[in-house]
Design a protein around this ligand. Structure first.
Ligand code: APR
Length: 242
C-alpha cells in the first residue's frame, strides 16, 4: 500500500487541478453508518419507502423518524482526521474542489472551503410544500411549517429529486478540468453523481474498503479505510520525494 500511497502523493504534487469525490464511506470512521455496507442504513430497509417525496407524503411518520435518528446520530459525531487532511490539502494548494454526496456537513466543519454538497445538507430544514426555511428544533419537535402548515424535512436530495443546480454545474466544471480525481468512500451506485468520474480527462484513483466494480475505470485503486489511507498519503506528501 505504501507504493500506492507514494504514487498518489506524486499525483497530488504534480496535478494543477485535483477534485475529490466523496460518499458515505468518508464518514463511517466518524461513527456514522454508510448506506450499502453490511450494517449500512439501507440494510434491511427499502430506500424507496423512506427517501422519496412520495414516502414523505404518504408515510411522514417513517420519514420523520428516519431523519430524526440521523440528525441525533450527528449530534454525537464529528469529522475525523481524513476530513481534516482534505481541508489541509486544499489550504496547501494540493486539492481544488470537493464534490460530496454526504449531507452531514463534516467537510465544511473540518474547514473545507471549495465544496459542492450535491445531495444537500441534513442540518438545513425546509417546508416540503412551500420551501420556507424552518429551524432544526422545529423539525425535531415534529412541528409544522409556520407559513403554510406543511410538513418539514431536511433540505437534502431525495431519490427522484433534482440536485442543486449550481452545486452540480460547479462540480461538472471542476471535474471536466481535473488532472486528478480521488474517489473516496462511495459505491458509485447513485446517478447522476456516479457519472462524474467518467467526465474527467485526468487520473482517477479509487480509495475504498472494497474493490471497485469496474477496476479498469481507475488508474489506481487503494483498498482500506479512508482515514488511514489519507493519513499515509499525507505522510508521503510531507516527506521529500525519494
Ligand atoms: N473507508 C473507505 N471506504 C469505506 C469506508 C471507510 N472507512 N466505509 C465504507 N466505505 C465504502 C463502502 O465499501 C462503500 O463502497 O464506502 C462506500 C459507501 O457506499 P454507499 O453506502 O453506497 O454510500 P454512497 O456511495 O455515498 O451512496 C450514495 O446513496 O442513498 C443514497 O443519498 C444517498 O448520498 C447517498 C447515495
Amino acid at each position: 500500500m505504501n507504493a500506492n500511497a507514494r504514487q498518489v502523493a506524486t499525483y497530488l504534487q504534480k496535478s494543477k487541478c485535483t477534485v475529490i469525490l466523496t460518499g458515505a464511506g468518508m464518514s463511517t470512521e466518524s461513527g456514522i453508518p454508510d448506506f450499502r455496507s453490511e450494517n449500512g442504513l439501507w440494510h434491511g430497509r427499502d430506500p424507496m419507502t423512506i427517501a422519496t417525496p412520495e414516502a414523505l407524503e404518504t408515510d411522514y411518520e417513517t420519514f420523520f423518524n428516519f431523519y430524526l435518528a440521523r440528525l441525533e446520530a450527528l449530534d454525537e459525531a464529528s469529522p475525523h482526521k481524513g476530513h481534516q487532511i482534505l481541508a489541509k490539502w486544499e489550504e496547501n494548494g494540493f486539492t481544488h474542489h470537493v464534490a460530496t454526496q454526504n449531507v452531514d456537513g463534516f467537510h465544511r466543519q473540518a474547514g473545507q472551503q471549495h465544496i459542492s454538497e450535491l445531495h444537500g445538507s441534513i442540518q438545513a430544514i425546509r417546508c416540503h410544500d412551500c420551501n420556507m426555511k424552518a429551524s432544526d428544533e422545529k423539525f425535531r419537535s415534529k412541528g409544522a411549517c409556520s407559513a403554510c402548515g406543511g410538513r418539514l424535512r431536511p433540505d437534502i436530495v431525495l431519490f427522484g429529486e433534482m440536485l442543486p443546480q449550481q452545486e452540480w454545474e460547479r462540480s461538472i466544471e471542476m471535474i471536466s478540468e481535473a488532472e486528478l480525481v480521488l474517489v473516496i468512500g462511495t459505491s458509485l451506485q447513485v446517478a447522476p453523481v456516479s457519472q462524474l468520474p467518467n467526465l474527467t480527462p485526468g487520473q482517477k484513483v479509487w480509495i475504498n474498503q472494497e474493490a471497485p466494480e469496474r477496476e479498469e475505470w481507475f488508474d489506481l485503486t487503494i483498498q482500506g479505510k479512508a482515514g488511514e489511507i489519507l493519513t499515509e498519503i499525507d505522510q508521503m506528501l510531507s516527506q521529500p520525494e525519494s
